[in-house]
Design a protein around this ligand. Structure first.
Ligand SMILES: [Zn+2]
Length: 329
């Protein structure tokens, strides 16, 4: 055999090896662990698991006569939350009027008061909205500090979802409306006490984030909805952990969310855990951060086993991943 022919064979073998490795890699992507969640392939590039961000300096400072408001953001996206801080001697409490919500600020030792401002995912973007903060002083006097806040486009994706025939009865706008109304009735019962601890919030399951928050979803080419949380890839039976300490305010079954748990973390922050196969907690129970509250499953409106995690603040769905990345007082 001539040296030329040997090098040609070596080259061909090398090519075969490269092609086979590529095919195996592609098969791994196409067959997600944990089954048939058709949404796994939609998101495309993997989302890095979120970790809590570092404390940042205020981006805007608005000075009143005896207090100042620090805003840790330049503008707000649809479906997000941001922090406002009130500092000043003799300040005893503060309340924000923001997008038709009245938001109580909570005290943090040596830091003054903090408030959580949320923006719903449907809020009309590309315009300014007034943020009006009322500060109350020890002598009973009040001061109002206000500023316009720009709301910017959330940048949500569109997804087609195919439900299996046995779940097609859940493609009903009235079922969806009734379930959301039930959740809203829970979210208005705001407890004015911060229940989470200094370590903030954590992912309920540390695994691949698949389908993003806010997506415009079309089910079986008929029902248009919005995705109220993030989906996480997992198998049935994966332990689901409480994102933070709080009180269980719902532990039961809903048509769309299936077996579902809601935890009230105080100050208008609620986390929801959907499609569970097993629920380990009951309504009224206090839970600690990362306590096992149930097992992942495929109950409710799912195209296969996966875990759905959602967070509402002041009655608005906000992006849980962005929430986790934010520094929390
Ligand atoms: Zn989901």
């Amino acid at each position: 055999m001539s040296p030329k022919r040997i090098s040609l064979i070596v080259l061909l073998l090398l090519l075969c090896f490269i092609v086979s490795v590529g095919v195996i890699g592609a098969q791994d992507d196409a067959t997600p662990q944990g089954g048939t969640d058709s949404l796994d392939t939609v998101a495309g590039t993997p989302v890095p698991l979120p970790t809590q961000g570092a404390r940042s300096a205020p981006v805007q400072v608005i000075s009143g006569e005896n207090a100042r408001v620090n805003l840790f953001f330049a503008n707000m996206g649809q479906g997000t939350i941001q922090l406002a801080q009130v500092e000043g001697q003799n300040v005893t409490s503060a309340t924000a009027s923001w997008l038709n919500h009245l938001i109580d600020f909570f005290p943090v030792e040596d830091e003054g008061l903090f408030g959580l401002l949320s923006v719903g995912m449907e809020q009309t973007p590309r315009r300014d909205y007034p943020l009006v903060i009322t500060v109350v002083y020890a002598d009973g006097s009040r001061e109002t500090i206000s500023t316009p806040i720009e709301i910017v486009l959330g940048g949500f994706i569109r997804q087609e979802v195919l439900l299996p025939p046995d779940k097609a009865y859940l493609l009903d706008a009235e079922t969806e409306r009734a379930e959301l109304a039930r959740l809203e009735s829970i979210f208005v019962q705001t407890s004015s006490e911060r229940k989470w601890d200094d370590t903030g919030f954590a992912l309920p399951i540390s695994a691949a984030l698949t389908s993003p928050f806010g997506a415009f979803r079309v089910f079986n080419s008929t029902l248009n909805t919005r995705h109220t949380g993030w989906d996480i890839r997992c198998t049935i039976g994966t332990p689901v952990l409480a994102s933070a300490a709080g009180r269980v305010v719902f532990a039961g079954t809903l048509p769309i969310r299936g077996n579902h748990v809601i935890i009230d973390h105080g100050m208008g922050v609620y986390s929801g855990y959907s499609h569970l196969s097993v629920v380990n907690v009951t309504r009224g129970q206090m839970v600690t951060k990362e306590q096992v509250i149930g097992m992942a499953g495929s109950t409710g409106r799912t195209s296969g086993p996966h875990f759905h995690w959602e967070i509402a603040v002041n009655g608005e769905w906000i992006d849980p991943v962005e929430f986790l990345r934010m520094w929390m007082p």
